[in-house]
Design a protein around this ligand. Structure first.
Ligand SMILES: NC(=O)c1ccc[n+]([C@@H]2O[C@H](COP(=O)([O-])OP(=O)(O)OC[C@H]3O[C@@H](n4cnc5c(N)ncnc54)[C@H](O)[C@@H]3O)[C@@H](O)[C@H]2O)c1
Ligand SMILES: O=C(O)[C@H](O)[C@H](O)COP(=O)(O)O
Length: 394
């Protein structure tokens, strides 16, 4: 095992960092604090942390007593929204500091849902305003999605047992939400307590949905009972599923993948902006926790977007412009096609799943994309702005 050379000393405490190899910009943000070891997060062991003070992970590392007991780790940061891979009770008991990156990639997930909805409306020959969308969980992702869709003229219903309608807008029961044309899941994965979400969607809930409804899951795989979803899809030809997360990932149920309208390898949150924001957020948390100066900012490192601007003429119908802009920003069918093609050749499904994620060409968030609209097309300007685009009049 390579030992990392501690070069930073604070109150006689050496700060040594071990980080998942898939966290971007770790060197840019953290190098002044010490040498950084990059490790494979999926196979991380306690032995590898024998000389680590700060551990930086992503969602693929189970951080618990087995991993940390007997190590000098004093702080764990996860550059992700989700925290279901972290045993927070253990960290508290062991007096280990912790930070996640709430909301870091919420915009990317919203872009994923918008792109998926744009495919669905193409397939069904309808427009956004013809759909009703039910949102389950109105936190960082769900609320951003709700606001975008409502501004775009979509009929939205939402449920969340822990939120105040005065803050997040009207809320209703899960039963009511299940009556929508599309149901999109945005809860954390919670195994116990008052409102567990493991298998929140199973055979019973799926039967409450419309025969031709569409279920989108970009939260955590196990929020949906995947075996019961597959059985439902097999007995309901018009029912559609769009899945980014899978119950046993990186293992993938190929039969379920084949029956999905869109299937992607847990990349809904994989934008450059979202991933880099995640690193910045755990950097800020580390600085605060150890009383270190905060010298780095995300703006120093974010490059210009590849597509700088998409221009529309005054001839283009509103819905077509909206669909074109969303798909120019993010085309979910490309990711779906890559996963199907890779899986058709895969010798090891788990390895292929991880490889698709590791080699993912990070996209940019919709708000980084400028759209040019004629000054007189006020409706189009409003519609594109409501979807999050940076509208410029020409
Ligand atoms: N696919 C991806 O790449 C990706 C990216 C980012 C986040 N995620 C996942 O998306 C989910 C949502 O992320 P977020 O940032 O919005 O989380 P968040 O914590 O901000 O919001 C989750 C919301 O769900 C609500 N909730 C909890 N239990 C519920 C229940 N039983 N019914 C309805 N609502 C319930 C909470 O009150 C909260 O408002 C998380 O599971 C996260 O891990 C996935
Ligand atoms: O929780 C999150 O932020 C997302 O699910 C995130 O995109 C997970 O990415 P990973 O850590 O698995 O690379």
């Amino acid at each position: 095992m390579t030992k990392c050379r501690p070069v930073f000393q604070l109150d006689n405490t050496l700060v040594r960092i071990a980080a998942d190899e898939n966290i971007p910009l770790v060197d840019s943000f953290f190098s002044e604090f010490g040498e950084i070891r990059r490790l494979n997060g999926r196979s991380l062991t306690a032995d590898q942390l024998a000389d680590t003070d700060i551990l930086l992970v992503r969602s693929v590392t189970a951080v618990d007593e087995t991993l940390l007991k007997g190590t000098p780790v004093k702080f764990v940061g996860t550059a992700t929204i989700g925290t279901d891979h972290i045993d927070l009770d253990y960290l508290q008991r062991a007096n280990i500091g912790f930070a996640s990156a709430p909301g870091c990639n919420a915009q990317a997930v919203v872009d994923y849902v918008l792109s998926s909805l744009s495919v669905l409306i193409d397939v069904r020959g309808v427009s956004f305003a013809d759909l009703s969308v039910g949102i389950v969980g109105v936190g960082n992702v769900g609320l951003c999605l709700r606001r975008r869709l409502e501004e775009m003229g979509v009929d939205v219903v939402a449920t969340d047992p822990f939120k105040d309608p005065a803050v997040v807008g009207p809320l209703t029961s899960l039963e009511e939400v299940l009556k929508a044309d599309v149901v999109s899941l945005h809860t954390p994965l919670v195994n116990d307590g008052e409102c567990p979400t493991r298998h929140l969607m199973g055979a019973e809930q799926l039967l409450q949905m419309k025969q031709n409804a569409c279920l989108i899951n970009s939260s955590r795989g196990a929020v949906v009972n995947n075996a019961e979803l597959l059985a439902h899809l097999r007995s309901h030809n018009d029912f559609e599923a769009i899945l980014d997360v899978w119950e046993k990932e990186p293992h993938l149920d190929l039969a379920l993948m084949h029956r999905c309208m869109l299937a992607t390898p847990h990349i809904a949150g994989y934008s450059l902006d979202g991933k880099m924001r995640g690193t910045e957020m755990i950097y800020q948390a580390v600085c605060e926790y150890f009383g270190l100066p905060m010298r780095r900012k995300l703006g120093q490192f974010l490059p210009e977007p590849g597509i700088r601007r998409v221009n529309f003429s005054d001839q283009v119908p509103l819905n077509q412009a909206l669909r074109t802009a969303i798909r120019a920003a993010y085309e979910v069918r490309v990711d779906d096609g890559k996963m199907r093609s890779a899986m058709s050749r895969a010798e090891d499904v788990k390895q292929t799943f991880d490889q698709l994620r590791r080699d993912y060409p990070l996209r940019r968030d919709i708000p980084t994309m400028k759209v040019g609209v004629p000054a007189k097309c006020v409706d189009l300007q409003q519609l594109l702005a409501s979807a999050g685009f940076a509208v410029r009049t020409k």
